[in-house]
Ligand binder design. Structure first.
Ligand code: GDP
Ligand code: MG
Length: 437
C-alpha cells in the first residue's frame, strides 16, 4: 500500500547521515511511483515531486545536518498542503442548518448521514433530523430508520411520496415547527453517474438551498472517485467532500487527488461501519498516516474522550519508566473495548499495521485475556519477565486456558508494550520534535 511504499522510499533517506543529489532524485522517484500506485493523478504526482525537489534544493537539504529528516518534513508538508492544509469545519449557521448528501450508490451516504447526526448530537449538542429522500427503494427508507433508532435521532420519511423535492421541503418545515436545528437530507444514488439522478439531486439542491452540500465518496474507488467528484461538483458546486471507508489500510490516493482536482475541502472521513467511526479530516494527520507515521494525534484524541485524564497521565509515566505491566494492559484492553473497533485503532498506531498484521484481533479474545491476567500474581503483573514455564502452567490452570494461550498473551503484551514505547519515545518522539511538535 501507499504507506509502505512511501516508507520504503523515505527509508533511503531517514537512516542516512549523508545524502547526495542522486539520493534525493531516487527517493522522489520512489515517492512518485508510490503516489501513482495509489491512484493519484499523474500530473499531481509529478507536480508534487517537482515541488518537493525545488524546496529541497532551496533549503540546502544536501548540506543540512539531518537531510533525511528535512526531506521527510518537506514531503509531509507538501502532502498536507496538497490535501488542503488546514481542517475545514461544516457550516451550521442556518436555522435549521440544512445539509444535503450527494454521491453514488454504495458510497456511504446513508451511513454517513447517521454518523454525522450522531456526531452533531453528541459532540455539538445539536438536535438533528434525518430525512429519507432515497425514494426508489423501500429498503433505503428502512435503512435510515434503523440508523436513526440506533443513535436516537428522529427520521422524517414519506414512504408514499415519490417526489424527493417535496419530501425535503416538507421535512424542513417539520424541522422548523418541531425545534430541530440541523436537517440532514439523505438522497438516492445510482451505481454510476446518470442524468436522472443528477437532475433529481440538482432540483432538491435548488429547492432547499442547503448550507452544506456534501459529496460522499468511497476512498477505495481511487481514480474513479476523482471523476465522480468532478461530475458532481460541476452540477452541484458542493461545499465539501466526505471520504468513506478509510478503514485500516485503505490507500489514501483519493484524498490526495480530490482536493486539488475539485478544489473543495475534505471535511470528514469514515473509518468503519459503526456510527462512531467518523473523524474530522485533518490534512496533516492524513499526511502522517500516508507517510506511515500513524495517526497518533487522532488516536490520542479519541482515547482521551474515553479515558480518565489522570489515568492517561499515569500510564504515560509508566511507559516512560518502562513500568508498563499486565494490570495496565488490562486497563488498556478495557479502554480499547470502549473505544470501538480494535483494528481501526491499531491501524492508527505507527508501525502497528506491520507488527500486528499476523496477530488475530478478536473481540471475544478479551475474555481469555482477562481470565489469564486475573490468574497472575501481583508480582507477575508488574514484572512480566518473571513469568517462566512453571508459572505459565499455573496461570493456564488457574484461568482455565491453555499454556499456548498464555504464551500468545505474553506475545501480544510484548507487542503492545513495544508499540507504546514507539509512540512515546524513539521514532515517534524524534519525529514530533523534528516536525516542531
Ligand atoms: P449509500 O448507498 O451511499 O447510502 O451507502 P450506505 O451508507 O448504504 O453504505 C454502503 C455500504 O458501505 C454499507 O455496507 C456500509 O456499512 C458501508 N460503509 C459505509 N461507510 C463505511 C466506512 O467508513 N467504512 C466501511 N468499512 N464501510 C462503510
Ligand atoms: Mg443510501
Amino acid at each position: 500500500n501507499l504507506s509502505d511504499k512511501l516508507e520504503k522510499a523515505l527509508h533511503i533517506l531517514k537512516g542516512h547521515g549523508k545524502i547526495t543529489e542522486v539520493n534525493v532524485a531516487d527517493t522522489l522517484k520512489e515517492v512518485r511511483r508510490a503516489l501513482l500506485d495509489a491512484d493519484v493523478n499523474f500530473k499531481i504526482a509529478k507536480d508534487f515531486t517537482t515541488s518537493v525537489k525545488e524546496k529541497a534544493m532551496g533549503q540546502n537539504v544536501l548540506t543540512s545536518l539531518q537531510p533525511g529528516q528535512l526531506m521527510v518534513k518537506l514531503v509531509k508538508d507538501e502532502l498536507t498542503e496538497l490535501m488542503g492544509g488546514e481542517e475545514v469545519g461544516i457550516n451550521l449557521s442556518g436555522n435549521p442548518s440544512v445539509i444535503l448528501m450527494s454521491g453514488l450508490q454504495g458510497s456511504g451516504k446513508t451511513t454517513f448521514s447517521g454518523k454525522l447526526a450522531n456526531f452533531l448530537k453528541t459532540k455539538k449538542g445539536k438536535k438533528p433530523l434525518l430525512v429519507a429522500c432515497d425514494i426508489y427503494r423501500p429498503a433505503a427508507i428502512n435503512q435510515l430508520h434503523v440508523v436513526g433508532d440506533q443513535i436516537g435521532v428522529e427520521v422524517y420519511s414519506e414512504p408514499e411520496n415519490k417526489n424527493a423535492v417535496d419530501i425535503a421541503q416538507n421535512a424542513i418545515k417539520y424541522a422548523k415547527s418541531n425545534g430541530f436545528n440541523v436537517v440532514i437530507v439523505d438522497t438516492a444514488g445510482r451505481l454510476a453517474i446518470d442524468e436522472q439522478m443528477m437532475n433529481e439531486i440538482a432540483n432538491v439542491h435548488k429547492a432547499i438551498q442547503p448550507q452544506e452540500t456534501l459529496f460522499v465518496v468511497d476512498a477505495m474507488t481511487g481514480q474513479d472517485a476523482v471523476n465522480t467528484a468532478k461530475a458532481f461538483n460541476d452540477r452541484l458546486n458542493f461545499d465539501g467532500v466526505i471520504l468513506t471507508k478509510l478503514d485500516g489500510d485503505t490507500r489514501g490516493g483519493a484524498a490526495i487527488t480530490i482536493k486539488s482536482v475539485v478544489n473543495k475541502p475534505i471535511k470528514f472521513i469514515g473509518t468503519g461501519e459503526k456510527m462512531e467511526a467518523i473523524d474530522v479530516f485533518y490534512p496533516s494527520r492524513m499526511a502522517d498516516r500516508i507517510l506511515g507515521m500513524g495517526d497518533v494525534v487522532s488516536l490520542v484524541e479519541r482515547a482521551q474522550e474515553q479515558y480518565d485524564e489522570e489515568e492517561a497521565r499515569k500510564l504515560q509515566k509508566k511507559i516512560a519508566k518502562n513500568e508498563f505491566g499486565f494490570d495496565d494492559f488490562l486497563t488498556q484492553i478495557q479502554q480499547i473495548k470502549k473505544m470501538g473497533n480494535m483494528k481501526d485503532l491499531v491501524g492508527m498506531i505507527p508501525g502497528a499495521g506491520k507488527a500486528l498484521k499476523d496477530v488475530e484481533i478478536e473481540d471475544d479474545a478479551f475474555k481469555h485475556i482477562e481470565a489469564i491476567i486475573h490468574s497472575m500474581t501481583p508480582l507477575e503483573r508488574t514484572k512480566p519477565a518473571v513469568i517462566d514455564g512453571k508459572r505459565k502452567i499455573r496461570i493456564a490452570k488457574g484461568s482455565g486456558t491453555k499454556v499456548e494461550q498464555v504464551n500468545q498473551l505474553m506475545k501480544q503484551f510484548d507487542q503492545m508494550s513495544k508499540m507504546m514505547k514507539m509512540m512515546q519515545g524513539g521514532g515517534g518522539k524524534n519525529l514530533a520534535r523534528m516536525m516542531g511538535g
